[in-house]
Design a binder for this molecule. Structure first.
Ligand code: PLP
Length: 490
């Protein structure tokens, strides 16, 4: 009977000690502590027990269980977080670490990681300093803000701002901006977590100024604008810009002072999402508004990510009025969400590159990849194709350079089709799926491309020149592994 536990089979399961005596497992004794190996053996037995009970397996193969224990053990020895070659053409690929850092930022991280640093030490005052100072001045110079603070990521920044200024009060937000960004960041949830009452106004596609106006009672503490990030509404739509919200807030604040005599103001805050410190001219009207533009238009505060269009480390930056930022710095969340020295070093070095916008475009990988002309990408795709061809055994595949569409990713510029070029591999032996699996699962440095119509595409936009050669080597290794497998089978 299918549901009866296969008791006899369970009795055949090996003891942990027996597994540890298997040659492939005992060979690992010098590399790993006994307790770790024993744990892996136990987990492998447990996995088989579950498979037997669940009816997924009907036999006990001690050798296979020992192999399973070895695989678990070996996983301890190989870094889990490691470099990847991004041949997807998605520049700010969230699964692949979003933004690669500029060399300047990498060096800054190394410098402070290796030894002690001025993290909270003011060398001029020869006294305790604040870790916020390292990036604040730069953010202010680059955005025109009076003050700024950086925390762990923009999700944290949004939560901190709403919690400080709208906890127990109402935050007014358009129904068209109640977005989910991915990775379970949803505006209504963040709102609830921050203790603010979300006051939705307007409709999904249209929100008018009058909608906000009607929502402004004494309880309202904030007009919140959220960048729609990775989605856009087209057609019959309307939303209210920052400058109109500013005027509305000013009017309401004047009314409150005159009626209650109290300066209990409504703030205008924009979650910019990706944000930007320079306008990327190559994207024309699609270019994301910069933090400076939103502040000039009247935001009291803006916040944006450090590792999206900014091209730095994971961080969330809040910039705006000095009195408001001073309150944020005192919020316990600022302590809980504070940045570590390595991130601060990377962020500071990245921000410094923006002092010269041309330099920023050249040296910050995210900006360079997004703005590189398609022709330049094509020559790298040709190099890649040539390197792949050189490593192909006769008659295995055909390689061509094809025009393709790359994406910004990271919730930025979702409507922008970025012209790019890819090396396209059409398989005469093996298959695109098989090769893709090899490139990701069998390589020390995985190569991530994409499949289109049974062909493997390696997009050159997100590849550095040296990586193009590595990617070609990986494809060569796939065909070599196939030939080896073929030979040993015959
Ligand atoms: C990406 C994004 C966030 C979250 O930023 P993280 O830095 O990833 O935490 C918040 N809001 C918007 C609109 C975003 O696009």
């Amino acid at each position: 009977m299918a549901n009866t536990p296969p008791v006899d089979l369970l009795r055949e399961l090996p003891q942990v000690e027996e597994l540890l005596r298997c040659p492939q497992v005992s060979a690992l004794e010098p590399l790993l502590p006994h307790a770790v190996l024993a744990g892996c053996a136990r987990a492998a037995v447990e996995e088989t027990r579950r498979a037997l009970l669940g009816g997924e397996s009907r036999s006990v193969d001690v050798g296979a269980i020992a192999d399973g224990a070895c695989a678990r053990a070996l996983a301890h020895l190989r870094p889990s977080l490691r470099r990847v070659i991004n041949a997807t053409g998605v520049v700010m690929h969230t699964n692949l670490g979003r933004s690669a850092l500029a060399e300047e930022a990498v060096r800054a991280v190394q410098d402070v990681a290796r030894g002690y640093s001025t993290l909270e030490y003011d060398t001029e005052a020869m006294a305790r300093g604040s870790r916020h100072n390292h990036v604040e001045r730069l953010v202010c110079s680059l955005t025109g803000a009076e003050a700024a603070i950086a925390v762990n990521n923009n999700a944290a920044a949004v939560m901190m701002v709403i919690s400080e200024f709208a906890k127990g009060r109402a935050a007014v937000v358009s129904r068209g901006e109640l977005v989910e960004i991915g990775g379970s960041f949803r505006i209504p949830d963040i709102m609830a977590l921050s203790g603010a009452n979300m006051r939705e106004v307007g409709t999904t596609n249209k929100t008018h100024l009058a909608d906000y106006e009607r929502a402004l009672d004494a309880d309202a503490a904030m007009l919140l604008k959220v960048h729609p990030s990775n989605y856009r509404m087209l057609g019959f739509t309307e939303s209210v810009g920052v400058s109109a919200l500013r005027k509305l807030a000013d009017k309401e604040n004047a009314r409150r002072v005159s009626t209650t005599g109290e300066a209990d103001e409504v703030l205008v805050y924009e979650d910019q999402g990706s944000g930007a410190l320079v306008r990327l001219a190559c994207f024309g009207d699609y270019a994301e508004p910069t933090a400076a533009e939103s502040l000039r238009a009247g935001c009291d505060l803006v916040s944006f990510s450090g590792d999206k269009l900014l091209g730095g480390p994971q961080a969330g930056i809040v910039a705006g009025r000095r009195d408001l930022v001073a309150r944020l710095k005192k919020n316990p969340l600022a302590r809980a969400l504070r940045l570590d020295k390595m991130t601060l070093a990377a962020l500071e070095a990245t921000l410094r590159l923006y002092l010269n916008p041309d330099e920023a475009l050249r040296k910050i990988p995210t900006l360079r990849m997004l703005s590189e002309p398609a022709d330049a990408v094509r020559s790298r795709a040709e190099l890649l194709a040539e390197e792949v061809r050189r490593r192909l055994p006769e008659g295995c595949a055909e390689v061509a350079v094809v025009p393709e569409t790359a994406r910004a990713g990271g919730g930025a510029l979702p409507l922008c089709d970025i012209d790019t070029h890819a090396a396209q591999i059409s398989f005469l032996r093996g298959s695109a799926q098989d090769c893709e699996r090899f490139l990701v699962t069998c390589r020390e440095v995985p190569v991530v491309g994409r499949i289109k119509k049974e062909r493997l595409l390696l997009d050159a936009r997100t590849l550095a020149e040296a990586e193009a050669v590595e990617a070609a080597e990986a494809v060569g290794a796939y065909f070599a592994a196939r030939e080896d497998a073929g030979r040993s089978a015959s």
